[in-house]
Design a binder for this molecule. Structure first.
Ligand SMILES: Cc1cc2nc3c(=O)[nH]c(=O)nc-3n(C[C@H](O)[C@H](O)[C@H](O)COP(=O)(O)O)c2cc1C
Length: 207
């Protein structure tokens, strides 16, 4: 039996915890997208959220290359995707390639936190997207050097992820059984006791 978009969404949601912003539990990484475009005003909101992310020395090392379906930018990002992502991600109405400048602008010294900061900005994008009812799916699986070449990205920029963005679609649109199974399997996380400590290997009291 095929699950509806709502049923899949219910299955994927993390259980709510009082006092935690609902968007953290609402967000999950879908692979099935509706063929519905994203309004430019909504895209702007996502990047506005990213713009205010914190970064080392306030360097704001991130750059995002954004392509809507049907554009040359979208085609080039999609072409760089690895096979296992090629199977579904090119159908996303928007693909975003995130890169980070690995040297500081004020002194040209290496910025070891560039990708960390790009991750923080990307987290803002995915959470803002969830708050607006959209879904996102980040991917490390793409040809980094191919994408660099396709867009002429200088060597002092590190590759982050490609993020697929859109509205959650029908599971059946994925076609492949393997993808359908992934899309309808429950999500899991480590308990707090495995990630929060008061000393090395000593779970914190809050866990
Ligand atoms: C840095 C990073 C790289 C990822 N790369 C891929 C990828 O190449 N292909 C894919 O299908 N999912 C990819 N994912 C998605 C993760 O598998 C997913 O976030 C994780 O399983 C947790 O699921 P959730 O986002 O639904 O909570 C990536 C996520 C991150 C943050």
């Amino acid at each position: 039996m095929t699950l509806t978009v709502h049923e899949v969404n219910d299955l994927k949601q993390a259980p709510a915890v009082e006092g935690v912003l609902p968007v953290f539990h609402k967000r999950w990484s879908a692979r099935a997208f509706q063929q519905r475009s994203i309004r430019e005003a909504d895209l702007q909101k996502l990047f506005e959220a990213a713009r205010w992310a914190p970064s080392a020395f306030n360097e704001q090392p991130w750059r995002f290359i954004v392509g809507a379906a049907g554009t040359e930018t979208h085609r080039r990002i999609a072409a760089a995707l690895a096979g296992f992502n090629q199977a579904w991600a090119p159908k996303a109405p928007v693909l975003i390639l995130g890169v980070a400048k690995t040297t500081f602008s004020h002194n040209n010294a290496p910025n070891a936190y560039a990708l960390y900061d790009l991750g923080a900005a990307t987290a803002s994008i995915v959470l803002q997207a969830a708050a607006l009812g959209m879904t996102t799916h980040q991917m490390a699986g793409f040809d980094h050097e191919g994408a660099r070449e396709a867009f002429g990205i200088p060597s002092d920029y590190a590759m982050g992820v490609v993020t697929a963005l859109g509205y959650q679609g029908e599971v059946a649109s994925l076609g492949e059984q393997r993808l359908i199974a992934q899309e309808t399997s429950p999500r899991s996380r480590k308990p707090l006791g495995e990630i929060v400590f008061s000393a090395w290997n000593e779970p914190a009291a809050l866990a």
